[in-house]
Design a protein around this ligand. Structure first.
Ligand code: NAP
Length: 303
């Protein structure tokens, strides 16, 4: 039986560390860490993610400042709000929930967040720090994957890793983090020819394509490690004509086809998803320690 990489359990363990870190720093700092969460419009999936993040803040003792803004807010107005948060001394981290409505330029807006408060690690300066191997806030999902690998003692150095997907949010920073950990990394994308023969070479396969069930048995190598970043809400049964509105969560990987072949895999749900939220908290608490002049005791959690 393969080893299931339990992100939910690890997220709980890290949350406990974060909670204790906050409790022990509160006296010196005189205020809890603060995370501003900006949501634009009414995308239902974003609403669900934002509520997970706010609940997680509450669990560990991070104060969350919620900004739910109207769909047609102008870029100028949004930048003004971000500028105010950049100067707010109670705010250590700022998260701009993606995706944004099409009239807003994601890159300009992410670039207007103070790099020092970049809870999602997506500011160009912090992506540059990642490329250079310098410490800084890290993109939460790939950071969560690295924590999951480390906790499960999965050797990365010297291994062949394939990352399917090259987004700024997941694929690219994932590839950089794996390379920093001394894997030999190949990045696949939608124009990659003969994906199965490439992914079959991977000792470690990270799939972040956003395509439900893209990866099956023919794509994986025996005894490899497969990380499924994808997350999709699909109707439970296509043949169910009862009008039932039940949904299930699935990833980019056909778990049933790979589970007897691989050494370890991350499930959906309960794998990478909970780790993403926890790494957001880790970035925020790390920033809080820095802003309060406390020793940086949790930066080892950020790859
Ligand atoms: P994205 O921006 O849509 O990027 C998808 C990437 O996959 C692109 O680089 C695309 O290639 C590549 N791709 C698409 N179809 C492919 C195919 N058939 N073969 C090979 N590559 C293909 O998505 P994202 O933001 O990176 O997110 C990816 C998935 O992760 C989504 O399901 C998302 O919901 C999920 N996600 C989960 C978490 C979590 O916490 N679990 C966090 C973030 C994202 P091109 O560049 O050529 O278009």
């Amino acid at each position: 039986m393969p080893n299931i990489l339990d992100g939910k359990k690890l997220a709980q363990e890290i949350e406990l560390i974060l909670k204790q870190t906050i409790e022990s720093g509160l006296k010196a700092c005189k205020r809890p860490p603060g995370l501003a969460v900006i949501r634009v419009g009414n995308d239902p999936a974003s609403g669900v993610y934002v509520s997970y993040k706010e609940k997680a803040c509450h669990r560990v003792g991070v104060r969350s400042f919620s900004h739910h803004l109207k769909e047609d807010i102008s870029e100028k107005e949004l930048i003004e709000i971000i500028k105010v948060l950049n100067l707010d001394q109670n705010v250590d981290g700022i998260l701009l929930q993606l995706p944004l409505p099409p009239h807003l330029d994601e890159s300009i807006l992410l670039g207007s967040i103070a790099p020092d408060k970049d809870a999602d690690g997506l500011h160009p300066l912090n992506l540059g720090k990642l490329i250079k191997g310098e410490k800084g806030p890290r993109s939460c999902t790939p950071a969560g994957v690295m924590a999951l690998l480390e906790r499960n003692k999965i050797k990365i150095e010297g291994k062949k890793a394939v990352v399917v997907g090259r987004s700024i949010l997941v694929g690219k920073p994932m590839a950089l983090m794996l390379e920093s950990a001394n894997a030999t990394v190949t990045v696949a994308h939608s124009k990659t020819e003969d994906l199965p023969s490439l992914t079959r070479q991977a000792d470690l396969l990270v799939v972040a394509a956003g395509k439900p069930h893209l990866i099956g048995g023919i794509h994986v190598k025996e005894n490899s490690v497969v990380i499924d970043v994808g997350i999709h809400r699909l109707p439970c049964d296509k043949n169910d004509l009862s009008g039932s509105k039940k949904f299930k969560l699935c990833g980019d990987v056909k778990t049933l086809e790979i589970e007897d072949k691989v050494a370890s895999f991350s499930p959906v749900p309960g794998g990478v998803g909970p780790m993403t939220v926890t790494m957001l908290l880790a970035n925020t608490v790390d920033r809080w320690q820095e802003h309060c002049g406390l020793p940086l005791t949790i930066s080892h959690l950020l790859p």
